[in-house]
Design a protein around this ligand. Structure first.
Ligand code: GLA
Length: 389
């Protein structure tokens, strides 16, 4: 995270105000349970030690003025007129959160906000959720001091800002992980009920290495929506035999195996099979992590990637190459794509003594095979949204 003294100086240079408070929300990486959240299934993300810091002070008028440390321009929006800012190039995520807070009955007043991000953009590590959740906690705490922050509600508000104000379809995982993260723990979340549980992640001599394909994700949004509608079709078909289900997350492997013949369309069948078995892997992972059996957990990660590659078809050459090359390195327990896919990152569990070799070998072979140069981030887990001083 950027040094707070430097940020404060920068804030004063821009807004000439000393009455500043600081809030922070992290990015995330999902360890298991991909493309399950919008199916009411299970996910297992961790919050990372990169995120968004926002400096905020109140204004006398009713404008929300936003800028960022890596941005020359400033956006100033009237609170009565937020609707007009849905499609702006930068600032709509923040204004969307303000809009959703107002709709939910929170107070929001004029303020200056300076954003500083350390989550790599466009990498699938939820830089958007970090911005939304940092904005949300800042506006709630500054303008509603009498209220306790309801953290699950904050995550839902942030998701609504992204879905309805900005217009990006996403599940609840990213915002939930950003708000609820806990150092040295993964969050086991039931995305249907929003019941959750922390699961200890004791990496010992291992670290999480995140590898960025650095591939531009041009088709990601349309393919994401296509997968969602394929799952909806699958659900409708399964309901004929299983009338009580309301989402694919309700379907266990046993239930699915007894009725799967009714899905004729081989594409729909593959999509559904991925979701059902991926949910099952997450359930298995809870015991495995509680026993601290990282080797067994690594095997689930590998099976997850293979399913995302062969059944859900959201990987592509770059992610598959990173996955294959990672598994060739001694000291790697598991590796998989993480996030929506079609580019973005893989996450691998790597022995500390093998990290340099991992970077060298995976980097060299990836570039040879794809012509792209990857980035490697050795990251730690962290806590969720909070005020910092
Ligand atoms: C993106 C979305 C999440 C989730 C993942 C896939 O990151 O924002 O809600 O659907 O893809 O697991």
């Amino acid at each position: 995270m950027t040094n707070i003294t430097d940020l404060k100086r920068k804030f004063m240079e821009i807004f000439h105000d000393e009455q500043v408070r600081f809030f922070y929300s992290p990015g995330r990486v999902n360890l298991l349970g991909e493309h399950t959240d919008y199916n009411g299934g299970y996910v297992l993300p961790v919050a990372l030690n990169v995120g968004t810091t926002v400096c905020i002070s109140k204004r006398e008028d009713s404008k929300i003025c936003l800028t960022a440390t890596d941005l020359a321009e400033r956006v100033c929006a009237g609170i009565e007129n937020l609707d007009a800012y849905r499609k702006i190039k930068w600032g709509n995520y923040q204004l969307g959160v303000a809009y959703e807070l107002l709709k939910a009955g929170y107070k929001v007043g004029g303020c200056n906000m300076l954003f500083d991000d350390t989550v790599p953009h466009g990498a699938g590590l939820s830089s958007s959720a970090a911005i939304e959740c940092a904005t949300g906690i800042a506006l709630i705490k500054v303008f509603n001091p009498e209220k306790d922050v309801d953290r699950v509600e904050l995550a839902l508000l942030a998701q609504r800002a992204e879905n309805q104000f900005v217009g990006v379809n996403c599940g609840i995982m990213d915002q939930f992980a950003s708000v609820m993260g806990k150092k040295n723990n993964a969050i086991f979340l039931n995305c249907k009920t929003l019941d959750y549980q922390y699961v200890p992640l004791n990496l010992g001599d291992y670290v999480l290495v995140i590898t960025n394909t650095n591939k531009k994700r041009s088709l990601a949004d349309s393919k994401y929506n296509e997968r969602r509608s394929e799952c909806e079709k699958g659900l409708e078909i399964l309901k004929k035999e299983l009338p009580d289900i309301t989402c694919l997350g309700d379907v266990t492997v046993e239930m699915y195996e007894s009725v799967k013949g009714i899905i004729d369309d081989p594409i729909i069948e593959k999509r559904v099979r991925h979701v059902i078995y991926e949910d099952d892997r997450v359930l298995k992972a809870i015991d495995i992590l509680n026993r601290n059996d990282l080797a067994e957990f690594g095997k689930l990660m590998i099976a997850s990637h293979e399913s995302l590659r062969d059944l859900y078809e959201v990987t592509g050459k770059e992610l598959d190459t990173l996955f294959e090359e990672a598994l060739k390195v001694d000291g790697v327990l598991g590796s998989r794509m993480t996030g929506a896919g079609f580019g973005g990152c893989t996450v691998s569990i790597v022995h500390k003594s093998a990290v340099e070799e991992f970077k060298a070998l995976v980097g060299k072979n990836y570039t040879e095979k794809t012509g792209l140069v990857p980035d490697f981030y050795v990251m730690e887990t962290d806590d969720g949204s909070r005020e910092i001083s």
